[in-house]
Write a protein of this length. Structure first.
Length: 374
């Protein structure tokens, strides 16, 4: 349970915490005081960036740890690779060795907070997100990505079962971070991010709004991954495998997405990753390279799928003035399918917003009528 003492400790309000301890109302057990001191020390690491003060507070917590010298009230901290499997010190000398290293002291503070407050606590997630941003600004992309992916896992495992309001924005931030890491280092572990996003998508009703947001992020990841595989060939195979998984799932996004398939999204100029600060540098939609990847990885049956207005992906590509997407789709379409009408009775050539695209579509249909013309 969250008590006033816990709130004061988490907020780093040492004066308030001392007043609560002196008032003895309600009475505070030795264990509760030790837990509060541990949280207060973590706050001084995170909020005030004062390792010396945190060391003093944690040393006081160690003195309350029990006859066996157990510093942590609940026993050993659970091993967590994200935090470097850090453990709390048993002696002041060990504690000093931990405190002098900025990264290790942060890991210890985060491990303490997560173990005491729980992974679903907003304070736990907030500090992880902030520290990840600091690591990204310092161009320590590996550290930033590990923290944000762990943050995502905690958000998705919270009581709201994947509907945490920050999940989508954190996913978008991870996508941006991948782009920055690729620019700086020439490579990145896109698959790790894809798998976390993929696990999130099955927590929502297929076709729902959250599912739609997540599918858009998956498409953006595939775009980044496909682009990366040109310079890093070993990335090509896992990228195409994940593209097949997305296509074979046959997502049809209804609420707010007009019954779109991934092909419709790849062809639509209105597709973007909500929450990304510089999405124009992440993935531009419509995206012919992304559409080509989806088609080559099993998306051909989707070329005649219709949205809620009866539009095929070709309708969407023509309306978005994407010559590249139109040409990719025509390669897999018969003349009959290229002239399917939507619910308003309009064919792709009629909804095209570019004279060049109208000319290409008309030429394609004319060649079908008179093949000898070639």
């Amino acid at each position: 349970d969250v008590t006033p003492l816990t709130c004061a400790a988490v907020s780093g309000e040492q004066g308030v915490m001392e007043e609560l301890l002196l008032s003895k109302a309600p009475p505070v057990t030795r264990r509760e005081k030790a837990r509060a001191l541990l949280l207060l020390g973590a706050a001084f690491i995170e909020r005030h960036q004062s390792q010396s003060k945190a060391q003093s507070i944690w040393t006081e917590a160690m003195e309350l740890g029990g006859d066996a010298g157990m510093a942590f009230p609940d026993g050993e901290l659970p091993c967590c690779p994200v935090y470097g499997n850090v453990q709390f010190a048993r002696t002041p000398a060990e504690l000093h060795h931990i405190i002098v290293d900025d990264w290790t002291s942060f890991n210890l503070a985060s491990a303490i907070r997560e173990h005491i407050l729980g992974g679903s606590n907003p304070e736990t997630i907030h500090y992880l997100r902030c520290r990840g941003a600091m690591e990204a600004d310092a161009k320590r992309y590996g550290n930033a990505m590990r923290l944000w992916l762990h943050c995502l896992q905690l958000e998705m495992d919270s009581e709201k079962k994947g509907t945490h309001p920050e999940v989508t924005s954190t996913l978008a931030a991870c996508t941006e971070l991948l782009v920055e890491q690729i620019r700086a280092e020439g490579d990145a572990d896109v698959k790790a991010v894809f798998e976390v996003v993929w696990s999130n998508i099955h927590r929502h009703p297929l076709g729902g709004i959250e599912c739609g947001k997540t599918v858009r992020i998956l498409l953006t990841l595939l775009y980044i991954w496909n682009k990366l595989s040109v310079s890093v060939p070993r990335q090509a195979s896992p990228c195409r495998d994940c593209a097949r998984r997305l296509v074979h799932q046959r997502f049809v996004l209804n609420k707010g997405y007009n019954n779109y398939t991934p092909l419709h999204l790849a062809c639509d100029k209105k597709t973007f990753v909500s929450g990304a600060k510089s999405r124009k540098n992440v993935c531009l939609f419509p995206s012919p390279p992304l559409l080509k990847l989806l088609l080559e990885c099993g998306g051909i049956p989707l070329v005649v799928e219709r949205d809620s207005r009866g539009n095929t992906p070709l309708h969407t590509a023509a309306a978005s003035a994407s010559m590249g997407c139109v040409r990719e789709l025509l390669f897999y379409l018969s003349p009959a399918n290229a002239s399917l009408q939507n619910s308003a009775g309009a064919r792709p050539v009629a909804v095209a917003t570019s004279d060049k695209i109208r000319a290409v579509l008309n030429e394609f249909l004319l060649r079908a009528v008179d093949p000898a013309e070639d």
